[in-house]
Ligand binder design. Structure first.
Ligand code: ADP
Ligand code: MG
Length: 268
């Protein structure tokens, strides 16, 4: 692709890692990941259980600190004191700022059970970002409208279905005005009949041109919605490329095997 064509589809570098490593004690979980996501890209991260997908995602918004390598977020190198046993943040203010730019949606929603849906959405923008609560309230209601939950703003999480809770969690991420959205298996905890409503919201966000990195086992979604697939294998990039290419088969034998196994399990 020429530079001009690249610029038309995707913007500047949003997140990049170089030789990113993460160890827990003696065990190295990420073994050197070189990765770049540009603004507007939707990258699906696939791989077997235990391959390091969650750890990688958690390193990107610094829920986990890498042991080695580098991480850049919107052109800023994250300042870390790297160490295999005890990596630390070198600049707390920088990390707080970058964290609000990279929002995460979790498998288990992680809504506060003692707060209403509206209160859940307002909590971080008001108390962490210190934004005006009336403005945040308006934006939170608009975000809930977007995900089809305008009628449930005063409900508590336990009064909602799993699909509704996850849509509320996505709305909560949006109110932070993040520049990147990370999703860690957002539909894995849902009953099958509730998966579609969450994927629909994610498809709409992708169509808007949002930058999204999604760990998922929804193969059809990954194939249809992603601009790129990242296949992790035992803490390394096993394959990477356009979904049309990778899913056509014959590019990477182990990726083909992974998809074959997945399809076999799905049909049982
Ligand atoms: P995935 O999301 O692909 O299933 P994870 O990133 O959760 O994989 O885990 C990768 C490996 O790292 C696994 O072997 C897991 O047991 C290990 N691991 C993850 N988190 C921790 C932790 N906090 N302490 C020790 N080992 C961990
Ligand atoms: Mg995981």
């Amino acid at each position: 692709m020429s530079a001009t064509a690249m610029e038309l589809t995707h913007g500047a570098t949003a997140i990049s890692t170089l030789e990113l490593r993460k160890s827990y004690g003696e065990i190295e979980v990420l073994k050197g990941i070189d990765f770049t996501a540009r603004e507007g890209e939707v990258v699906s991260i696939l791989g077997a259980s235990g391959s390091g997908k969650s750890t990688f995602l958690r390193c990107l918004n610094l829920l986990e600190l890498p042991s080695a390598g580098s991480l850049d977020v919107f052109g800023e190198r994250v300042k870390l004191r790297l160490s295999a046993s005890n990596p630390r943040i070198a600049d707390r203010k920088q990390v707080d700022r970058l964290r609000t730019q990279v929002a995460m949606v979790f498998q288990n929603f992680c809504l506060w059970s003692h707060m209403t849906i509206l209160e859940n959405l307002m909590e971080a923008p008001v108390h962490v970002q210190r934004r005006n609560s009336q403005e945040v309230r308006k934006e939170a209601i608009a975000a809930l409208e977007r995900v089809g939950l305008a009628h449930r703003i005063n409900a508590y999480p336990a009064q909602l279905s799993g699909g509704q809770q996850q849509r509320a969690a996505i709305a909560r991420a949006l109110v932070m005005k993040p520049r990147v959205l990370l999703f860690d298996e957002p539909t894995s905890a849902l009953d099958p009949e509730l998966v579609g409503e969450v994927l629909k919201v994610m498809r709409d966000l992708a169509a808007e041109g949002r930058t999204m990195l999604i760990v998922t086992h929804e193969m059809a979604f990954a194939r249809d919605v992603s601009s790129r697939i990242l296949f992790l294998e035992d803490g390394r990039i096993g394959a990477e490329g356009a979904p049309q290419k990778l899913f056509a088969g014959g590019v990477n034998e182990r990726f083909d095997q992974f998809v074959r196994r997945f399809n076999e399990n799905a049909s049982h």
